[in-house]
Design a protein around this ligand. Sequence first.
Ligand SMILES: O=P(O)(O)O[C@H]1O[C@H](CO)[C@@H](O)[C@H]1O
Ligand SMILES: Nc1nc2[nH]cnc2c(=O)[nH]1
Length: 301
Amino acid sequence: MHTKEKCCCCSFENVKETTDWLLSRTRHRPKIAVVCGSGLGILADGVTNKQTFSYEDIPNFPVSTVPGHEGRLVFGYVKDKACVFMQGRVHLYEGYTLCKVTYPVRIFKLMGVETIIVTNASGGLCEDYKVGDIMIIKDHINLPGFAGQHPLCGPNDERFGIRFPCMSDAYSKDLRKLALSVGSDLGYSNFIREGVYCMVSGPNFETIAEARMLHILGSDSVGMSTVPEVTVAKHAGLRVLGISLITNKVSLDYSREEKANHEEVLETGQMRAEMLQKLLQTLISRYDQLDSNQMESLNSH
Ligand SMILES: O=P(O)(O)O[C@H]1O[C@H](CO)[C@@H](O)[C@H]1O
Ligand SMILES: Nc1nc2[nH]cnc2c(=O)[nH]1
């Protein structure tokens, strides 16, 4: 069946309606958006001049249904930078279409956001990754996308972006460099990594054979989010940083006893949340370095 309509509620007009609704209710004009992953809602707690909206109250906005995702949009300042935080996201496995999953990203773009920082909880596939490691995302594998589950499938609206966006530089090199440099300055070198994130649809955690396959394909960690948001952000011309907290080790070996579970994911989030918050706050406070020649000095780190 051929259909021209991709989704009845994610048109440019819908996105504009939601954006206008928000802009008429807040004086905040964020330049940076942060998506908080599972158990990482605390990342939004340090903002000043806070104004919050429950997802339920925002027209057309998808509502989080998973524990560890509060479902609130938080506007405010980190140092002197105007930011908006998604305290909780929605996922494909919750039954949302991918254009609904990525709807907030398009709102951010229309609001004037220039940079998006997408965080998540993920399972470590790399043998030397430990629970609690922070992985700066260098690249991703869009596994659902290979099977046609892709947020950009359907008619392309040029007001959002071009038909065939390039993804080979989805994660800003400068932002990755800045994140690693901030991590090193904060003394995080022992547990900060750079790696490849793979998205699966979920909601089940991996079988051992699946985990082995993903690892062989080049994935360092695996989760059930992020890639759709990053793809739509890149399509919209936003600068992207991805940060993944390794909340559990994925079993690659039939003799291993660990069983992945969401409780462990949330516990690890709690354990590292403060350090991640510090990383994020310092990074945002040094954000202006990106647009000055100070980036050169980061090369030495
Ligand atoms: O990707 P985030 O939203 O951080 O959450 C991750 O943690 C949940 C599983 O415990 C899944 O939703 C997975 O994607
Ligand atoms: N698919 C998947 N998602 C996760 N999110 C957090 N940990 C995991 C994991 O081990 N596998």
